[in-house]
Ligand binder design. Structure first.
Ligand code: ZN
Length: 885
């Protein structure tokens, strides 16, 4: 095992916060000049490309020394202030030493960097459809150093002068507009881009390949003096027919106008390009002037309105970063939340207010916040303002706390201080810190001024503690309601009271047996108040009723339902036009399943009974998927046959009852296909659906597009009902990049032990049978298929995986290692005897505990993954044990 002390200083990739602070004290960067030569990119056996980097910078003291970060392949020369340094002496595998600085310095580095297959750095992808090659970069938090030598820390902002060399038929793009183009020999061109305004290294970007281009323009914004902006969309040639450029441009324009109205600061980055790129590790990245998106947002199968809404939310999230994050940047990764929480909040708000798409806040309440509640319940949870000691910790912190909990808390802040103070604080923040960096304290100072409220107390309670609050409504004999809050910080073990501004609603049963809201009232709990009586709210005590705490989802808290409310909401549908109360209820029920306080069977019963009444497409889809998950992972084995029958019947019924060809019908079909993985009893129905008879009375109007087809094929493969030849035929019929991944998944699901063992080993090794490195997407596709049939002995595999963890972590990038470990970690196990309290003695759990005990020195980021998977396993064991009757 490799530990820090054994790493030579120049081989140390873990830049620490302290090192960054020292470097920022010493250095000021004037500009970077970077030239990437991608003229060999088409030669796939060429692993590297030449890079020339010039950095002009000043040092506070002459004679001082500093270093660059660089994870390149080779360095040919380092010339500092005209003097060639000894490469053998100053270059390591992760750093380049710069000794004996003057006060004004220039360093020129000639080097080669590696084409990436992990989605980090400069990723190279070959399209299986037409053989074309596409490249794009992804740098956050610290992968710019995979492409060019730099000082990889967000507070050393600089101007970037970028140029790229590549085939003259290609699209070459970066943050700035193209300002020059020069033809070189052999069909190669050199393109120069306008110098950027001051930005951080993680925000620089490179795009190259024969991308198709769509063009439009936004007309500008009078009040802020924002001029018109050129808009472009890039996508692979083989996706051109699927690119719905008009609605994407429309969303972009709606967003630009809305954000200008909101922030009153003109868009600072000149143009607005949006590129949809293959094998992307995340949803999107906010590079100034050139946002990159996961190309699954170009819909090649029929997308539901909920998928459109989610895409729009991502688009708006990135757009809000043009101000939050790009214009004003966090000083270090501790304050990552300052941009991500705001972007998540504002991304949702912009969709709700600037577009026609429905369900943004509902999805936020039900989906985004579920991620937060889950993450906040892990032993690894942390305060929103995290303690990020080095870059490795930073890369593990793009999590449910930083994004979703942070955004939920920002939403609460918005209601707590009021819209006017909130918006004014944002505007001041942008004006005061434009092109610079800021920290939590800077933000709080401004918010305190605009709101007149004590923000440091607010921040202490919300941002510097961990774990969710639980809110409960108690109703006395007279029908008066009291809201009580309870929270223990899992890190400090101390009680935490938080200020909450929220709303409580009463729902009563109408003549149609539906729960309708009859009264609601606001209540504020201050930071020192454990409970508060809700004035002006009276609950009838002799009727079927539900009391919903956190109606409108204004605060971040888990809700504990009183017995009468639980009985009502699992029996009767809630009719609520804004449906955030429906979201709150379903989110609560799902949390209860996870925490073993609601049997999976009861949840599935509620879903089969009530899901047809859930109008919101996204919530409907999610609840169905949760029912499948509850069945496969949280229900005791002995109940699964019965529950499968019940859920299958409900889903098949939904195909008939819901409007033919509707989004909700499609969601039911997808859920049924997932239910079919390893479920022999529904094989006939899977085969019937795959045949795709739209005129059938059993699935009227249901089109079997590629997505649904491959879901069904994977399920049938997991049952051994179809063979390799069939899968190959289906792939040959429509051989796209996406279908190739789906084929991988289906192939891995086939219950052929020898093949599955081999594929398992390929994921474990990170290479295919020919020894080629598996890309990020291929790796995950295979691992997903292996889990679909659960055919391998998971206990043996777990042992092998645990023994290999350190090797995997040290031999792969953070992202690839995380994908490998999560992909192979077996989550489903059968409980041991002795009830819920005996499950922490389950052999699988104790095996993991042994690893944790023996690997105290393993990187914190690796331990974090193992601890979270242990929690996932234990939750499922406890729920199954508790659900046995
Ligand atoms: Zn973001």
């Amino acid at each position: 095992m490799r530990v820090m002390s054994e790493v030579a200083p120049l081989d140390n990739a873990r830049l620490t916060r302290d090192e960054a602070a020292i470097r920022a004290e010493l250095i000021d960067i004037t500009n970077y000049e970077i030239e990437l030569d991608l003229s060999n990119a088409l030669e796939l056996d060429e692993p590297t490309y030449p890079v020339t980097t010039t950095i002009n910078f000043t040092a506070a003291t002459s004679g001082a020394e500093t270093f660059l970060n660089y994870l390149g392949s080779s360095v040919e020369s380092v010339v500092l202030n005209g003097r060639a340094l000894d490469v053998a002496e100053v270059v390591g595998t992760a750093r380049i030493a710069l000794p004996d600085l003057a006060t004004t310095n220039q360093v020129v580095i000639r080097s080669h960097s590696a084409y990436s297959h992990s989605g980090e750095g400069l990723h190279r992808f070959r399209d299986p459809v037409d053989g074309q090659v596409y490249l794009y970069s992804q740098f956050e938090p610290a992968d710019a150093r995979r492409v060019y030598p730099n000082m990889e820390q967000p507070d050393l902002k600089a101007e970037f002068r970028i140029s790229m060399i590549g085939p003259d038929t290609w699209t070459l793009a970066s943050n700035g507009i193209e300002t020059g183009r020069q033809s070189l020999d052999h069909g190669i061109v050199r393109v120069e881009f306008a110098p950027t305004k001051p930005i951080s290294t993680y925000l620089t970007t490179f795009l190259a390949g024969p991308y198709a281009i769509f063009e439009d323009a936004w007309s500008g914004h009078g009040p802020t003096g924002a001029e018109s902006i050129d808009l472009r969309i890039f996508a692979r040639q083989s996706l051109v027919d699927h690119v719905d450029a008009a609605p994407l441009f429309e969303l972009t324009k709606q967003g630009l106008t809305w954000f200008h109205d909101q922030f009153q600061v003109a868009y600072p980055w000149g143009k607005y390009d949006q590129a949809f790129v293959p094998e992307y590790n995340l949803g999107a990245m906010e590079n100034p002037g050139l946002v990159t998106f996961n190309e699954t947002y170009i819909f090649t199968s029929r997308a539901t309105i909920s998928q459109h809404m989610q895409r729009a939310t991502t688009l708006m999230h990135e757009m809000s970063h043009m101000w939050f994050g790009n214009l004003v940047t966090m000083k270090w990764w501790d304050d990552l939340w300052l941009k991500e929480s705001f972007a998540d909040f504002y991304g949702t708000k912009a969709v709700a207010e600037a577009t026609e798409l429905p369900g943004a806040w509902q999805s936020f309440a039900h989906q985004r916040k579920a991620w937060a509640y889950r993450q906040d319940s892990y032993p690894t949870t942390h305060p929103i303002v995290a303690d990020i000691v080095d870059l490795e910790a930073a890369s593990q912190n793009f999590d449910g706390i930083t994004y979703a909990k942070g955004a939920a808390v920002i939403k609460q802040l918005f209601h707590y201080v009021g819209e006017e103070a909130f918006v004014q604080a944002c505007q001041t923040y942008f004006n005061q810190y434009a092109y610079g960096t800021a920290q939590l304290a800077d933000f709080l100072t401004i918010m305190e001024k605009t709101s007149g409220l004590a923000m440091r107390e607010w921040a202490a309670a919300w941002l510097q503690t961990s774990g969710p609050t639980t809110l409960r409504a108690s109703i006395d004999e007279a029908g008066a309601v009291t809201v009580t809050q309870h929270a223990t910080d899992p890190i400090t073990d101390e009680e935490v009271l938080r200020p909450h501004a929220l709303c409580v609603a009463v729902f009563l049963l109408n003549d149609d047996d539906q729960l309708v809201s009859t009264a609601e009232a606001d209540v504020v709990l201050s930071a020192d108040q454990a409970s508060a009586k809700v004035a002006d709210l009276q609950v009838p005590t002799d009727m079927t009723r539900a009391v919903i705490v956190n109606q409108h989802d204004q605060t971040y808290a888990q809700v504990e339902l009183d017995a009468a409310t639980l009985a009502a909401v699992t029996t009767y549908p809630i009719m609520d036009p804004d449906s955030t109360s429906v979201a709150t209820v379903w989110s609560t029920l799902w949390t209860m399943v996870r925490q073993a306080s609601l049997p999976a069977a009861d949840f599935i019963g509620a879903v089969t009974n009530l899901s047809p009444s859930i109008e919101d497409v996204s919530m409907h889809a999610r609840v169905l998927d949760q029912a499948v998950e509850a069945l496969k992972e949280y229900a005791p084995t002995g109940q699964r046959t019965r529950l499968t029958k019940q859920l299958a019947a409900a889903l098949l019924d939904a195909l008939v009852v819901l409007e033919p060809g509707s989004d909700r019908q499609r969601s039911a079909a997808r859920a049924f296909a997932r239910l079919g993985q390893g479920t022999e009893s529904v094989a006939a129905e899977l085969t019937f659906l795959l045949a795709g008879d739209e005129t059938s009375a059993l699935s009227p109007g249901l089109e079997i597009d590629d997505e649904l087809k491959w879901l069904l094929l994977t399920s049938l493969a997991s049952l051994g009902r179809i063979d390799v030849e069939r899968l190959q035929r289906e792939l040959a019929a429509s051989h796209t990049a996406t279908n190739e991944l789906r084929y991988r998944t289906a192939l891995a699901a086939l219950p052929d032990r020898a093949r599955q063992a081999q594929l398992w080993q390929e994921v474990f090794d990170g290479t295919d049978s020919a020894g080629n490195a598996l890309s990020n997407a291929a790796l995950t596709a295979t691992a997903t298929g292996l889990k679909a049939s659960d055919n391998l002995d998971s206990t043996d595999r777990l042992q092998v995986l645990l023994e290999g963890l350190t090797m995997i972590w040290n031999s792969r990038s953070n992202n690839l290692a995380t994908r490998t470990i999560n992909g192979l970690f077996p989550i489903r196990h059968t409980p041991v005897k002795g009830g819920p309290q005996a499950q922490d003695r389950h052999p699988v759990v104790t095996t993991i505990d042994t690893w944790l005990t023996q690997h105290q020195d393993a990187p914190a980021a690796l331990r974090r993954i193992v601890i979270e998977r242990r929690a996932d396993i234990l939750d499922r064991l406890i729920a199954q044990a508790a659900g046995r009757k």
